[in-house]
Design a protein around this ligand. Structure first.
Ligand code: NAD
Length: 289
């Protein structure tokens, strides 16, 4: 396939490199001018999108996505699969999909889970909104960049799945951090706490796989001085998207709102670059207010 790839940052660069390695002709564009190995440079977003079978975007937010779509929708040939892998608000995802559909293109919102490690290893999970035709056309690309792609429904369904998942993740990580902090103050051995909870009803990914307590459970950012991993600033971005969507849909999310407020304070205190599990040492350093 001829593929245009726009947004070659921490995630986009390794994803584009994997597509090129698999033998696809990838043409890339990023405002910084960076170009991963095997990817041919385009002078701009419109040039990257013109004459391709698929155009993939991996951009920071919905405003940038909308502005890039303003350039690439008129440039792309009818029938092009327009695959947006960025994490953005549901409204922006639906707006760019409507614009692309009206131009005879096949839009898909396809945000990912798996982080930069998954992007490099080609083991991302894609959650996808859009038409059956678009999903079928993009499937072989999802197979190269990831290990699983779930077709969640109509345009916006992929972003909806992503922000619901990450809202659970933010809430569950905070719950696990609070429990470890309480356990410490109760004099409970951390290893004993992990051994019990990881095989009891409190078990969850945040504890079993990504334990925020150093020296306990499988290796995680906690064992690497809380270097991300998944930065607290990115968790805050996703929690804010969940609250924006909840407000628009009139859905009650009191725990999501509390998690957003806690990460807002954490990031405002200068900790946005730390892993999102670094809430644990922060709680440990505080008393009950
Ligand atoms: P990043 O900031 O490293 O990359 C974004 C890239 O987009 C940058 O290289 C930037 O120069 C480029 N860009 C910005 N405006 C542009 C424009 N107008 N035209 C062309 N390029 C432009 O971010 P990232 O970590 O690669 O994340 C990308 C997206 O993936 C975000 O939406 C993020 O929420 C999501 N995501 C990130 C992770 C992660 O672990 N990093 C995991 C899952 C999802």
């Amino acid at each position: 396939m001829k593929i245009g790839f726009i947004g070659l940052g921490s995630m986009g660069a390794p994803m584009a490199a994997n597509l090129a390695k698999a033998g696809h002709a990838v043409t890339g564009f990023d405002v910084t001018g960076v170009m991963p190995e095997g990817v041919s440079p385009a002078a701009g977003a419109a040039e990257a999108a013109a004459g391709r079978d698929a155009v993939i975007t991996m951009l920071p937010n919905g405003a940038i996505l909308r502005s890039v779509y303003g350039e690439i929708v008129p440039a792309a040939a009818p029938g092009t699969a327009m695959i947006d892998c960025s994490t953005v608000d549901v409204e922006s995802a639906r707006a760019v999909a409507a614009e692309a559909e009206a131009a005879g293109l096949l839009p898909l919102d396809a945000p990912v889970s798996g982080g930069t490690g998954g992007a490099t290893a080609g083991t991302l999970t894609f959650m996808v909104g859009g038409s059956d035709e678009g999903f079928a056309k993009a499937a072989e690309l999802f197979d190269i960049m990831g290990q699983k792609a779930v077709h969640c429904g109509a345009p916006g369904a992929g972003q909806s799945a992503k922000i619901c998942n990450n809202m659970i993740l933010g809430i569950s990580m905070l719950g696990v951090c609070e429990a470890f902090s309480l356990a410490d103050r109760l004099g409970l051995d951390r290893q004993a706490m992990f051994d019990v909870v990881s095989t009891s009803s409190g078990s969850c990914w945040s504890l079993n796989t990504y334990c925020p307590a150093p020296g306990v459970g499988p290796a995680s950012p906690a064992d690497n001085d809380y270097k991300p991993g998944f930065a607290a600033a990115l968790m805050l971005k996703d929690l804010r998207l969940s609250q924006q969507a909840a407000e628009a849909a009139d859905a009650p999310t009191p725990m999501g709102a509390a998690a957003t407020a806690l990460y807002e304070a954490f990031v405002a205190a200068g900790s946005g670059g730390k892993d999102f599990s670094a809430i644990l040492p922060d709680l440990m350093a505080r008393g009950r207010q």
